[in-house]
Design a protein around this ligand. Sequence first.
Ligand SMILES: Cc1ncc(COP(=O)(O)O)c(C=O)c1O
Length: 381
Amino acid sequence: MGIYLDNAATSYPKPNDVAEAVYEFMINNGTTSGRGSYKKAMESDRLVYEARKLIADLCNFDDPKRVIFTSNITESLNLAMYGILEEGDHVITSSLEHNAVWRCLKTLERDKNISITQIPASKEGYTDVSDIRKSIRANTKLIIFTHASNVLGTIQPIREIGEIAKEHNIPFLVDAAQTFGAYPIDIKKYNIDILAFTGHKSLLGPMGTGGLVLNYNGNINPLKSGGTGGDSAYEYQPDYYPNKLETGTLNVSGIVGLRAALKYIKQEGVENIHSKENELVKYALKELTTIPNIEVYGPKDSDKIIGVVSFNIKDKRAEYISFELDSKFNIMVRSGLHCAPNAHDLIGTKEIGAVRIGIGYFNSTDEIQTFIDALKIIAQK
Ligand SMILES: Cc1ncc(COP(=O)(O)O)c(C=O)c1O
């Protein structure tokens, strides 16, 4: 089976319940949700509603109707940014954003003349929140921050940023791709207006699932219009949630799998998931720094990062290291820019990329040790 250390790309394996729930739904139900009124369709509705409720509970939110399902966080973030930003608006964001945020902002800059302030981060990925306060303008319409960098792992000061956003009445959008399910998030306490999530990473669910949690009363224009299963004679997109932003048939089988993953996370406890991952990261950091000629990027303190560690070894290309790990040792890691070129700019690796390990809940200390032993052999070649 090999050792899977690419959980930042997608988590693997998934809890057994996830695949079983998808299989059971596809074999024994298979109906759409929000459409039919026969018993099986009502069961589908119930399963989707429960998934919304579990998402809401996981971030201490109280209105499952404002949990919107999408196909991944890229779609969620596009929906929020295109739905809120208008010609000439100003946006504040981090220096660590994934292209799911950054390309969308650059496109809006080009096509809608929005302006972007990128808050500088240190080489380790730390953001000074006072820079955010200084950057606010009269036309600042959105603050967008990743909860944690998918290159350096660095956790961002979301709570403090939320306070500033609230003080200035600016909507605050958080990209929780790498944290939701593995790190406690309280949408109310952190003053997050819009939480974007993806189902297949730290939430341990299937690909093709994601969404937004809307703790936000402002308008979000839909990206798409079409069938919602209700008010069909009305010629425009309905104005109530979730239908306003959910159009076309939902990925019910995927959401049923996500529901199983959410139940699993609830049963294990986010704090326990977080502390197990934290122990593995601590171990990996300690062992990685013993490897000759290695440069480990980002904070060396496991409490400051999620399960992501990037590194390079002097005179060895990142692609060579990941290829050797895979071909000789059956260890799966990722090399390159990880769709986040700005974070690589910070650490000076935009030209060469880096090797990244993504540690997940199902990894073990033995697996990390096997990876370290393999890396030592590759480093000495
Ligand atoms: C921080 C962050 N945001 C967004 C994404 C995009 O996720 P998805 O491909 O599920 O839309 C990723 C995935 O790598 C990510 O790490």
